[in-house]
Design a protein around this ligand. Sequence first.
Ligand SMILES: Nc1nc2c(ncn2[C@@H]2O[C@H](COP(=O)(O)OP(=O)(O)OP(=O)(O)O)[C@@H](O)[C@H]2O)c(=O)[nH]1
Ligand SMILES: [Mg+2]
Ligand SMILES: [Zn+2]
Length: 326
Amino acid sequence: MRGLVIKSTGSSYIVRMDDGSDVECRIKGNFRIRGIRSTNPVAVGDYVEVQSDNRLSDKGHSVYWITEVEDRRNYIIRRSTNLSKESHILAANIDQVALIVTVNHPVTSTTFIDRFLATAEAYRVPTVLIFNKIDLLTEEELAHLEELRKLYESIGYQTLAISALAGRNGLAGLSGLLTGKTTLLSGNSGVGKSTLLNALFGREMTRTGKISDAHDKGMHTTTFSEMYELKGQRDEGQSTKESIHGWLIDTPGIKGFGTIDFEKEEVSHYFREIFRISADCRFGNCTHTNEPGCAVQQAAIEGRIAISRLESYMSLLGDCTESKYR
Ligand SMILES: Nc1nc2c(ncn2[C@@H]2O[C@H](COP(=O)(O)OP(=O)(O)OP(=O)(O)O)[C@@H](O)[C@H]2O)c(=O)[nH]1
Ligand SMILES: [Mg+2]
Ligand SMILES: [Zn+2]
């Protein structure tokens, strides 16, 4: 029997079977997928083959096993820190990532955004930046938000500014973005991933948590990835109704974003604007750090490349060098 993994708790998986029923499945201890080393061999979004043996569990229901994982169209993977050898697959077979970011409460750093975007580029997963909590921002913060949106739009990323808490008017533009697609929601803890999911469904599908007063940080409320099927009509205000259908994956908030085994030479490929300009560097193998005739450094001086992007690029480059000495 074939099904789609919609939830993973680490020790068991909920699989939505082709007939629409959900079953809880396990995997055998020695289950591995060739070629990928990760802490979770099966991820949310995987299509799997399920078998039941005729045994009953202690609770009296049948025991189901995942025996096979179908080839993935794509997946997105991260290391929790750069020192850790373990990688974790956030989800498989996704059409896009909605990276939820907040200018404040909590502050999402540009380094985090850029490291995420670079990883998504490496795995060829389109990413949309969604700036949330605009209802909380001061004039100055709103101005900063506009600058960031301009920056990322100029590189080629779609951006949206929303307020997940402000109800319908806060969510304008989302139906069109999500319909017909499987979208992974990611971002730091406390940015409002689960709140956005609940708002889109119009009811509480999953728990949300306050951000801590002391640190202005999220408290890691969502602890497992879970996939939800969004189906129905959304009221977009002014009596226009939009139909919406897609899958949304809520995930636990992430702190750092350790990247996966990039080669030094390829890092610049994942920063679109840096890559474009690097064609004009004097040396073909320019790392854009201190070589003469570097077009990227020149562009940064002239303001055609943002300093924050160049810094993020350098930080990724630094990781690659570091890992060579471990
Ligand atoms: N004012 C305001 N608060 C929001 C908005 N979106 C979310 N929040 C609040 O932010 C807090 C954190 O929201 P969550 O949805 O739990 O955040 P999360 O990204 O799912 O966090 P983790 O599950 O820990 O990764 C809650 O108190 C929400 O009510 C918004 O648009 N405006
Ligand atoms: Mg959450
Ligand atoms: Zn260069």
